[in-house]
Design a protein around this ligand. Structure first.
Ligand code: LMR
Length: 407
């Protein structure tokens, strides 16, 4: 059965961790995989989570199945965190949220929902036009390295819209808007809610407003990947685009992840929120989501979701968690400024503090990225995406000197 299989190269992001671990250089710097690190280079368990864990340990009565929708309190609290109570009250039962195994699980679930929805319509008008059954999803150029394999692998047709302009280190919004104005009704447009991965360049409020207007005009379905809420400008500020779209468009989806803002990476905690044009269509979509989940993972892992539900439903723990998110956000913003300053004499790196979240492109060639790895043990993704959180006061000087040496 397996004799004809060819070996595959390791994942372009996750593979970096293995190479980094094997490197014996005491000065090595890991700016690869997007995990938050503190000044000591550790990805900590948040203390709000540790406390929630202790409470859960006392309170938990059973490990019995929860069902494909997962933890009801998690679904409710994470939905309010994303959309806000006011908006939730306005849209009412048009909005529902289902727990998924991490942001990737939510993305996969959405892809399957798009397929069953397209099949139920016979063909979408856009798909009929292109004579294909597969729903089309438009992703930014560039986008997270796993978006295309994950969504394409799930059977969606991938198209791209221009996003990052390497020359100006910012969003080429004119080119983006021009392409969005061509998107056929019924197609899906994947947007990064905040802290764009990999480029760190986000839409401003006016640009979000324009995207919302184009979405209404064209009739495409916005699908937001929200993996870094709280890491950009604040927990509410970072969902400006999500809330604006939810207030504006008839249908949209949000795939959210608790990996970063709750530090729950390996617990695989995420959610898919669906906003339908009316309560009935949302309910129908929600039942489909449960059926899809049942057919793939049956039901999501409970532990991480129980911790998030505990933190978000307890005023004291919630306040503590908000402080911890702010601390991570401020540390990243501070490092952005420090890196730009340390590279100041080698060129204009002022775009680094203008960008948000954990990632920025340094604008290096693949050869320079390779040289940084091979000669200086500085690890980053081949596109020169760096994880800002991997920088510390201990390695900043060495890192800046290494970058300057390859420039
Ligand atoms: C990243 O982009 O580095 C993170 O989202 C981790 C991953 O799974 O790729």
């Amino acid at each position: 059965m397996f004799e004809q299989l060819q070996p595959l190269a390791s994942d372009p992001i996750l593979g970096l961790s293995i190479a980094y671990l094997q490197d014996t250089n005491p000065n090595k710097v890991d700016l690869g995989v997007g995990v938050y690190k503190n000044e000591a280079g550790i990805t900590p368990v948040l203390s709000s989570i540790t406390q929630a864990q202790a409470i859960l340990h006392q309170e938990e009565q059973t490990k019995a199945y929860q069902g494909p929708a997962g933890d009801a309190l998690f679904n409710q609290t994470i939905q309010t965190l994303i959309f806000g109570a006011e908006l939730e009250a306005r849209v009412g039962e048009r909005l529902r949220t289902l727990q998924a195994p991490g942001g990737c699980g939510a993305l996969r679930l959405a892809a399957e929902l798009f397929k069953v929805s397209a099949a139920a319509q016979g063909k979408t008008s856009a798909a009929a036009h292109r004579n294909t059954e597969a729903p089309t999803i438009w992703v930014s150029t560039p986008t997270w390295a796993n978006h295309i394999p994950l969504l394409g692998g799930a059977g969606l047709t991938i198209r791209e819209y221009p996003y990052y302009d390497a020359a100006t280190q910012s969003v080429n919004f004119d080119a983006m808007a021009e392409t969005l104005q061509q998107v056929p009704a019924g197609d899906i447009v994947l947007l990064h809610g905040c802290c764009h991965n990999p480029c760190g360049a986000d839409l401003n409020t006016e640009q979000w407003q324009q995207v919302a207007a184009i979405a209404v005009d064209r009739g495409f379905v916005p699908f937001i990947d929200l993996a870094y809420q709280g890491f950009g400008d604040g927990l509410d500020e970072d969902v400006y685009g999500v809330r604006l779209l939810a207030d504006t468009v008839p249908e949209m989806l949000v795939a959210s992840s608790c990996s970063k803002n709750f530090g729950l990476y390996r617990e695989r905690t995420g959610a898919l929120s669906v906003l339908g044009s009316n309560a009935e269509s949302t309910y129908n979509a929600f039942t489909q989501m449960q059926s899809i989940a049942r057919g793939i993972w049956s039901m999501p892992p409970a532990h991480g979701a129980a911790l998030v539900a505990k933190v978000l439903s307890d005023d004291v723990l919630r306040g503590q968690w908000q402080g911890e998110v702010a601390e991570m956000r401020v540390r990243i913003a501070t490092l952005r400024g420090q890196l730009a300053a340390a590279l100041n004499d080698a060129g204009d790196f002022s775009f680094i503090p203008r960008q948000r979240g954990m990632f920025s492109f340094l604008g290096l060639s693949e050869a320079q990225v390779e040289a940084l790895k091979n000669e200086y043990s500085v690890y980053m993704v081949g596109s020169s995406r760096i994880n800002i959180a991997g920088i510390s006061q201990n390695n900043l000087e060495y890192l800046a000197a290494s970058i300057k040496a390859v420039l």
